[in-house]
Design a protein around this ligand. Structure first.
Ligand code: NAD
Length: 464
């Protein structure tokens, strides 16, 4: 059992970080780089523990754990180390209207926003808190991470990793709702929250008491549109990757597919062939795939499947003993189907067949969720691709692929509308925890030139 952080220790940890922030200790770039290097080596030295924790918490295969957690972190840290001098450099403003104003050395300083709270979700328990932490360290902030309590082994691993950093500047709070509630009572300079839309409302309400800005990374129902111009095999393979990887517990996984009638037969045939290729022995290959995080989520996903009026094309078996759900393809005939009612966050792909133009698919996807985190479309027609993008909204999008836009470590990642606000990764992570402080230094000799600004605003006073 992991021991939760005692509630009465939370405010003192926060106070220690606030004091460190005020002392200016985290400000020098050399300090920030040292902490980033420490973070890198803390993970490197304990890499085997990360794989073990992720296996125990989520059944994550080693490859997935490297690709989307451990290796992900190395990329983020090394890129921040390489770029932080450039990101933190003040921006001069040579294009001001007059030479006179230029003499005031106007610049935009990149100041740490302050002491920040980073709350993570369960599905990528390591990267969802450490990747923002990289941005916070690079920006010169002090920070507390609050990993998901649903992955206790990973949370313990994270506590160990963060303990290798300056303990007056960075900390871990372990626990669930009571501990997060205690954290949210305190005054932060920024809160970064990754999780469900419902809890985001609790977080933002608490933050509003202190006017604390929030960066919200949330979910939504992500569509895949397989148009009449799509390559159905490619669409099936790339879509199902998102349902098998991490057992489909991915905020940017495909939630459902809208398949043009002309492609239905080829798409379903390709889906079945793909799943037979991914898991040649069906449920006997369960150990090779990740599993659902806990009984509650297992029952929730199974409930969606049981309540669906759709036809199971492939899969459908479950193993309650290890919370495993077989990757399953379901043809749904109604847009009211249970499988289209909420983010599935599991290895089930419902698809609905549309018969009209691509406008019909757009209308349906916008009616199901008009601001998903990811939008995916398969079409070989460039004009159609552009049309789909310009008539939908989403945090990010991949054309002729799913999820891959989010794997680009240097590009911003984030939602829009219900799927979140703000973004991070690469420079965006630094910017997320940075205050752009416009500054001038006024030479004393400009007093004469400036006298017209003073009262009593008369011609005489301006001439003095
Ligand atoms: P969750 O909202 O249940 O939990 C997230 C965090 O909030 C946890 O650390 C938890 O301890 C805390 N929390 C939960 N209930 C709380 C409460 N009542 N008061 C205060 N804190 C509370 O989310 P989850 O189940 O861990 O993650 C799944 C959700 O996260 C999905 O909706 C998914 O789409 C989303 N997600 C989004 C991203 C993204 O980058 N946009 C990434 C991963 C997951």
């Amino acid at each position: 059992m992991v021991a939760d952080t005692p509630i009465d220790q939370i405010a003192p940890i926060h106070a220690r970080l606030v004091a460190t922030q005020a002392s200016g200790r985290t400000y020098p770039l050399e300090y920030r780089k040292t902490q980033l290097r420490k973070l890198y080596w803390a993970i490197r030295d304990n890499e085997h523990l990360a794989y073990k924790a992720l296996k125990e918490d989520l059944g994550k295969p080693h490859f997935e754990a490297y690709m989307a957690e451990v290796g992900w972190m190395y990329k983020d840290i090394l890129y921040a180390l390489e770029q932080v001098d450039k990101w933190a450099a003040p921006e001069g403003q040579p294009d001001l209207e007059t030479l006179f104003k230029l003499l005031m050395s106007p610049s935009i300083r990149k100041e740490p926003i302050g002491t920040v709270l980073i709350i993570g979700a369960f599905n990528y328990p390591i990267q969802l808190v450490l990747s923002p932490l990289v941005g916070a360290i690079a920006a010169g902030c002090t920070a507390i991470i609050k990993p998901s309590e649903l992955c206790p082994k990973s949370a313990t691993f994270l506590e160990k990793i963060v303990s290798r950093l300056d303990s007056d500047a960075y900390g871990t709070v372990l626990g669930g709702v009571p501990e997060t509630t205690a954290l949210l009572d305190l005054k932060w300079d920024k809160i970064m929250y990754t999780g469900s839309t419902g809890v985001a409302k609790i977080v933002t309400k608490a933050a509003s008491k202190h006017l604390t800005p929030c960066l919200l990374e949330l979910g939504g129902l992500n569509p895949v549109v397989v148009t009449a111009n799509a390559d159905p095999k490619l669409a099936a393979r790339r879509t199902l990757w998102t349902k098998v990887h991490n057992a489909g517990q991915i905020c940017i996984a495909a939630d459902y597919a809208l398949v043009h009638a002309s492609k239905e037969a080829a798409f379903t045939e390709a889906c079945v062939a793909t799943l037979k290729e991914f898991l040649p022995n069906g449920p006997k290959d369960a150990e090779k795939m990740g599993r659902i995080v806990n009984e509650r989520h297992f029952n929730r996903i199974k409930g969606l499947l049981d309540n669906s009026k759709g036809k199971i094309i492939y899969g459908g078996s479950t193993d309650p003993s290890r919370y495993w759900i077989e990757p399953t393809i379901v043809k749904v005939n109604s847009l009211d189907d249970a499988l289209l009612s909420e983010e599935i966050f599991g290895p089930i792909l419902p698809f609905y067949v549309y018969k009209g133009t691509v406008d019909e698919a757009i209308k349906i996807s916008n009616s199901i969720c008009d601001t998903p985190l990811g939008f995916y479309a398969f079409s070989t027609d460039k004009q159609e691709q552009e049309y789909l993008l310009s008539h939908t909204r989403s945090g990010g999008a991949s054309i002729n692929d799913c999820m891959f836009h989010a794997s680009l470590a240097r590009l911003p990642f984030g939602g829009v509308g219900e799927s979140g606000t703000g973004n991070y990764r690469g420079k965006a992570s630094f910017d997320a925890f940075t205050h752009r402080r416009t500054t001038i230094t006024q030479p004393s000799w400009t007093e004469k030139q400036m006298r017209m600004r003073y009262m009593p605003y008369t011609l005489e006073s301006a001439k003095q």
